[in-house]
Design a protein around this ligand. Structure first.
Ligand SMILES: Cc1cc2nc3c(=O)[nH]c(=O)nc-3n(C[C@H](O)[C@H](O)[C@H](O)COP(=O)(O)OP(=O)(O)OC[C@H]3O[C@@H](n4cnc5c(N)ncnc54)[C@H](O)[C@@H]3O)c2cc1C
Length: 467
């Protein structure tokens, strides 16, 4: 296990201690006994006269990098493919979007991570298709053969078939998204300060986040703080207290995977920070910056962020198999694809029940990390005629931060809110970051932001690249 890739991210899993790992008890279809070695019909080990077996891993995220490390120094050649040349630490992405951190401090070059392993290589490229029969991965640059395949391409936004939503809203899935959102937030203020029409100015100063899950809650809180603590001083001629930050949630509660008491605490904290939380009314349409809610009410906003729907990465669609909820790929407890024992699917892409009754393991980093570790062991087991192990999840808990001194924390058997929860959140995130430099830079940024009420990264950049 690489020192740089530590399994310490525990945030926001849809946790329920009592119900975890119930797969063997409730008779669900994926319910083999978790964590035990199981012997099933396995293909013969791969042998080639002129080369070692090739493992291709799609995605250098939480799952993919841990899979690669678990196969390091083995008797196989491992190729990691990613459309970005960096491994991203998404739990801190909202801080990049709100100018609290520089993009490079929450990412690490994949080559830098993997170069110490002689049998592991990296290739930059977008995978467009997987041909299961031919055992080929197709990229824009050509095709690659594999003996074993690990699909770890993560997730994408889901707009439930509503194309307007996709066009009109900003997402938050990688560094480019975060930079775009930061640009939009700051640009709205630059335009507002020049705008004489009060209605247009009000629209420019309205920021809507759709989706009251952890990302929506953390992001809306951080936008509100950016405005109230920092931009207030940058734009003395603007009445920034007229700026609105609105969090829209279709369900009657936010943070639905947290305990009731923590949900209420989060709601109160957000409201104190000036975030308008509207729950229980789904969004109907978004057109030209006008959000129509299902109850007929309208909100005009220049910045609308979509944090409400998530699905498996699009490459799942190319498999030509029946996908499960959220277009995720159904897998066996050994993480293998049915009828294709040489193909493994992990992390956000994978659909495996066993977390709660009839529920799949959630799309969170600890699941991807733990699957990544197991997949390497199972590939080696397959190659060496040993029994494969089924997935056993160690659920560490749940946490989310709300603003500069507040968090809710329900992990490692400890439940707390407020300042102590926030300090714990900071520590766990810091230790989960890849690379000493990143940890140091993030720590310095946090200290600077905390003591000065400032955000050094409030730059509008990359405009020419966006065109
Ligand atoms: C904004 C945000 C905040 C989050 N906060 C938390 C949190 O607080 N706690 C928590 O536990 N989880 C959080 N998550 C979820 C967590 O990040 C994911 O569950 C985790 O990253 C899943 O790991 P993965 O390996 O499946 O995918 P990822 O880590 O997303 O990695 C997928 C990789 O595949 C690459 N890729 C995708 N498609 C292709 C393709 N076609 N070709 C080549 N490469 C491709 C991507 O570039 C990416 O590097 C958050 C996610 C987001 C987006």
């Amino acid at each position: 296990m690489s020192e740089q890739l530590k399994d310490t991210v525990v945030l926001n899993p849809e946790k329920d201690d009592k119900l975890k790992n119930v797969n063997s008890q409730n008779g669900n279809p994926s319910g083999a006994t978790s964590g035990t070695a199981i012997q099933k019909e396995t293909p013969k080990p791969v042998t080639h006269p002129d080369r070692r077996p090739i493992v291709v891993i799609i995605g250098a995220g939480f799952g993919g990098t841990h899979a690669a490390v678990s196969l390091a120094n083995s008797d196989m050649d491992v190729l990691v493919l990613d459309r970005n040349n960096y491994h991203g630490f998404w739990p801190l992405l909202y801080q990049v979007a709100t100018a609290g951190l520089e993009p490079q401090s929450v990412a690490y070059p994949v080559r830098g991570l993997l170069r110490k392993y002689g049998n592991v290589n990296f290739q930059l490229g977008e995978v467009t298709k997987v041909d299961l029969e031919a055992k080929k991965v197709i990229t824009q640059d050509g095709s690659l053969d594999y003996d074993y395949l690990v699909m770890a391409a993560g997730s994408a936004n889901s707009y439930f078939g509503n194309k307007a939503l996709a066009k009109e809203t900003l997402g938050l899935k990688d560094l480019d998204d975060a930079s775009k959102l930061r640009n939009r937030l700051l640009e709205s203020f630059e335009l507002a300060v020049k705008e004489e029409d009060p209605a247009k100015r009000a629209k420019l100063l309205t920021f809507v986040v759709i989706g009251g899950g952890p990302t929506g809650v953390e992001l809306s809180g951080a936008i509100s703080e950016l405005i109230r603590h920092v931009l207030r001083k940058d734009y003395p001629t603007l009445d920034v207290f007229k700026a609105r930050v609105i969090l829209l949630e279709a369900m009657p509660k936010i943070l639905s995977t947290f305990r009731d008491s923590l949900q209420k605490k989060a709601l109160r904290t957000l409201e104190k920070m000036g975030v308008e939380v509207q729950m229980g009314v789904p969004v109907d349409t978004v057109e030209n910056g006008q959000i129509r809610l299902k109850d007929g009410s309208m909100i005009e906003a220049n910045t609308i962020v979509w944090a409400a729907g998530v699905r498996s990465a699009e490459v799942a669609d190319s498999l030509g198999i029946k996908l499960a909820r959220q277009s995720r790929v159904p897998i066996d407890p050994t993480l293998q694809l049915e009828n294709h024992p040489e193909v493994f699917v992990i992390g956000d892409m994978a659909y495996l029940e066993g977390f709660k009754e009839n529920q799949a393991y959630p799309m969170v980093a600890p699941v991807a990390i733990q699957m990544g570790k197991l997949v390497g062991q199972n590939i080696l087991a397959l190659q060496h005629n040993r029994p494969l192990k089924s997935f056993k999840y160690f659920d560490k808990g749940n946490m989310a931060t709300i603003g500069r001194r507040n968090a809710i924390f329900d992990a490692f058997g400890i439940r707390m809110t407020g300042f102590l929860a926030w300090i714990s959140w900071l520590f766990i995130h810091l230790m989960s970051l890849v690379g000493f430099r990143n940890r140091l830079v993030v720590l310095l940024n946090w200290a600077y932001n905390y003591f000065t009420y400032d955000r050094g990264a409030r730059l509008i950049t990359g405009k020419k690249l966006e065109k």
